[in-house]
Each structure stands twice: as C-alpha cells, then as structure tokens.
Design a binder for this molecule. Structure first.
Ligand code: ATP
Length: 447
C-alpha cells in the first residue's frame, strides 16, 4: 500500500473510531456481533443527523414557496414497484467466487481488486462466475400467511411515495406548476457489497425532492437544481474542494433518466456519490397513469392545455451526507506539541452548541455553573461538563465533537458575574457578563 493510501485508510479509521468512542454511530445489534451494513446513531449522531435533515428540510421547504413536504409510508402497494420498474430492473449484477465463496457486485470488482477477472477477497484469477441479476428490494408479507398475494416490499427509495401522492398534494394545496414535493424517510436496499462504514448501508434514509414542471422547462430546472444543491453543501460549511459534479454518460443513466449529474464528495476512501440530480422526464407519472388507470395529467390554466408533468429529482442520502459532513469537518493539528482533534462542523450542524463547565468541582462554582447552563439551554443542545480532567482536557473533548463554544465559570465569576467564552476554531477566549451571555452566543451561533 502506498503512503497516500495508508494515510487515507488511517483517516477513515480515526473517524470510525471517534464515531464509536464519542457516541455518533454504533454497529447495529453490536452485542450480538453486529448486523452487516446496518448502523445505529448514538446521542451525538442523532443530533448531527437531525441537524443535517433540518438544514435540508428548511432550505427545501420552509424557505421556499414552491416546495411542500410529505411523509409517505414505507410499505406501498406492490403495483407501485411494478409501475416504477423496480420489480423488473432494480437489480445489480452479482458474481460469486468459486474458490473463496465471496460475493461481489460485478461492476465493483475491478475497482476492488484492480482487475475484472481477479477475486477481490482471495486474489485468485478466473474464479469469478458470470454475472447474474440480483434484485435489491427487501420482501415481506402482509397478513398472517406468507403467500405471493401478500407480498410487499420495503421501499428502496422514497420517490415513489411522492409520485403516487402527486395529485393529492397538487389538489389539496392548490399548487400550480412548477412546484415540488420534498420528503425525508427510510429506504432499504439489499446491497451486495455494502461497506465503507455508513456510506453504503442496507437500511438508510433519503432526502428527496421531486419538482413537477411543464415539459419545455426541463433543461432550465435541471440546471437550477444542480446549482442549488451544490450551493447547499457549502452553505453548511463543506469545503468547495471536497465537492465536484459528475455528469452521467449515456451508459450510466438509470432507466428513467434523460440527464443526470451526481454530486461527488472526496471521502478518505476516494471520490464518491452523495447526491443525484435527475431529469426523469414524464416517465414516472406516465407509468403510474398506465398501471393505476388514473389520469395524472395537469391542466395548465394559463396555457389552456393538458400535459403530463416532467420531473426533476434531487436525491441525497441523509446518512451519506452526514458522513460527508463528518469527514470534511475532521481535522488534526498540533497545538503546543500535542495533537488536537477538532471537528470543524458548521455551527448549524454541530450536535452540541455550547458546553458549560465549572473550573473546579467546588460547591459554589457548581451551583453557579448550573445557573449559567440554564441561561444557555434555549440555544440548542447544551452540555454541563464537569467530567474529569483539567479545563484544557475538557476543551479538547468538546473540540473532538465539534462544540463551537465552551463557557467556563471560575472563582472570579462568583464576584464579577462574568464568564469566559472559548471558541473552538480559534481557541480564543473572551470574558463576558453572564447577563449578556445568551444574546452574545445566540448572535455568534447565527453568524
Ligand atoms: P450508488 O450508485 O452509490 O448505489 P445510487 O446511484 O443507486 O447510489 P440513488 O438511487 O440515486 O443512488 O440514491 C440517491 C442517494 O441515496 C444516493 O446519492 C445516496 O446518497 C443515497 N443512497 C443510495 N443507496 C444508499 C445506501 N445503500 N446507503 C446509504 N445511502 C444510500
């Protein structure tokens, strides 16, 4: 392994270990040995992911007039997946190794082993079978009997819940085109080669928005959403050099798409997709018209014509983007001869906004620190931190989870009613009156 690769692997290992150690992510069912490619979010992880979801939801719905929200069910009629094409073609090519019995996605083999004919696990050449198609949808049965008539799928994407509700939303909300419907929810895929921590999981969350438009506005809205989505990442602190567009060539396009561009992020394990922006044409609504027998065309008052709306989709994984924010924020530096690990997360995404700490555990300091904690509680998730170690060590622990501000109560505070604010990135400290603390921090957190 060359030096660069080994550094990148170390970086990912550091992030995985920090996630476990500090309560971001844990393997599912860990005390039973874990469940492959399924993860649980700990106390800090759930805050971080909720903040990512809130950031997306606000920018997609609350801060716009032309997108509304939806929360559709995971279980849907089987016909939906026949109409969408998932039952027939949502497959990945699977190859087996006859030597080590390993299983891989045929299109991943070359990247994993460096040669399409060499097994990524045992390194043997010529032992891989011909690819066979494997459907990625999880099945279950509705009702007490496991029979074909009760077969349902766990949805592999949230988008279909939006399409089948298009008319409900459009008429109930009296929406005129163009308008969009946004949704955040779980999706399930029986991935053949999951991995890279929470990058590719079997149970994950998607944040999808479907924008319904007149057919002739296809290109204009595709370009608009492509640019908006890229901007969103930098608005929330991602470094521009960590991001790039990856337009799909004709051989990469999904069965429903006329044009597609992915947003790629530079993970420690390489450039990978975190989001897709797709021009889905009228494929989806036409298929649902065909399979349901319901007319989903739109009557355009202004133009006095009927048409089936075209759709521009933006689709991002909540887990994948959370991992990307985490990787991008992770930083190590040397301060006074010691390693400082700091998560330079945007203040809006940081799980803990403010940590309040007494300089020592003396009763009178502890009492005042609790009062100061109550003052800052409305600012978001805050922590009272009197865990072992000197104040420097406690600052470091807060740096490691990305807390933007620490507030320290010391013996002078008892007299002068002032406390010290210490800032994560610059490590600078300033003394402020307790009476002004909340207002100052609120302004800083907004900045
Ligand atoms: P990939 O090529 O990585 O399998 P995809 O092109 O199939 O992804 P889409 O179907 O476009 O992905 O899904 C949209 C988004 O959902 C992806 O960009 C990703 O962020 C997220 N996503 C898809 N599959 C997974 C998964 N198995 N685990 C976590 N997130 C996922």
């Amino acid at each position: 392994m060359n030096k660069r690769n080994s550094g990148e692997t170390d970086r990912m290992q550091e992030i995985v270990s920090l996630s476990k150690r500090r309560g971001f992510m844990f393997p599912s069912s860990e005390i039973y040995g874990g469940l492959n490619a399924v993860f649980d979010y700990g106390p800090l992880g759930v805050e971080l992911k909720n903040n990512v979801k809130r950031a997306w939801w606000d920018s997609m719905t609350r801060l716009r007039d032309d997108v509304v929200g939806l929360d559709a069910s995971i279980l849907m009629a089987r016909r939906v997946w026949q109409a969408s094409g998932h039952e027939a073609v949502f497959t990945d090519p699977l190859v087996d190794c006859t030597n080590c019995k390993g299983r891989f996605r045929a299109d991943h083999v070359e990247e994993m082993s460096g040669d399409p004919n060499v097994c990524p696990a045992c390194g043997m050449r010529g032992t891989l079978t011909a690819p066979r198609q494997f459907n990625l949808m999880f099945k279950t049965y509705m009702g007490p009997v496991e029979e074909e008539a009760g077969l349902v799928y766990l949805r592999p994407e949230t988008a279909q819940g939006i399409y089948v509700n298009y008319e409900n939303v459009q008429t109930s909300m009296r929406k005129k085109l163009p308008f969009g419907i946004a949704q955040i929810g779980k999706a399930f895929r029986n991935e053949i080669s999951p991995g890279n921590f929470t990058y590719r999981m079997r149970e994950f969350e998607q944040m999808e928005m479907q924008f319904f438009i007149p057919p002739e506005q296809e290109e204009q809205w595709f370009n608009y959403w492509r640019d908006q989505r890229m901007k969103w990442y930098s608005d929330f602190g991602m470094r521009p050099e960590s991001l790039q567009f990856h337009p799909h060539g004709p051989e990469e396009l999904a069965h429903y798409a006329r044009a597609a561009v992915d947003v790629y992020f530079q993970f420690p394990f390489g450039w990978r997709e975190i989001e897709g922006i797709h021009d889905r044409t009228d494929f989806d609504l036409r298929r649902h018209i065909e399979y349901s027998g319901k007319d989903l065309s739109y009557y355009d008052d202004a133009q006095q014509r009927h048409y089936v709306p075209y759709i521009i989709e933006t689709s991002v994984g909540a887990d994948r983007s959370t991992l990307a924010f985490l990787c991008d924020a992770y930083d190590e530096e040397e301060v006074k001869g010691e390693k400082r690990v700091v998560l330079r997360l945007s203040k809006k995404l940081a799980p803990v906004k403010v940590a309040v700490m007494p300089l020592s555990k003396k009763d009178e300091l502890v009492a005042l620190t609790h009062q100061v904690h109550d003052v800052v509680r409305p600012l978001g998730l805050t922590q009272y931190d009197d865990t072992g170690g000197n104040i420097g060590k406690r600052y470091r622990r807060q740096d490691e989870i990305g807390t933007p501000y620490c507030v320290t109560v010391d013996f002078d505070s008892l007299e002068d009613k002032q406390v010290t604010i210490r800032e994560r990135d610059s490590m600078q400290q300033r003394r402020v009156p307790i009476a002004e603390l909340r207002g100052l921090l609120a302004a800083d957190l907004e900045s």
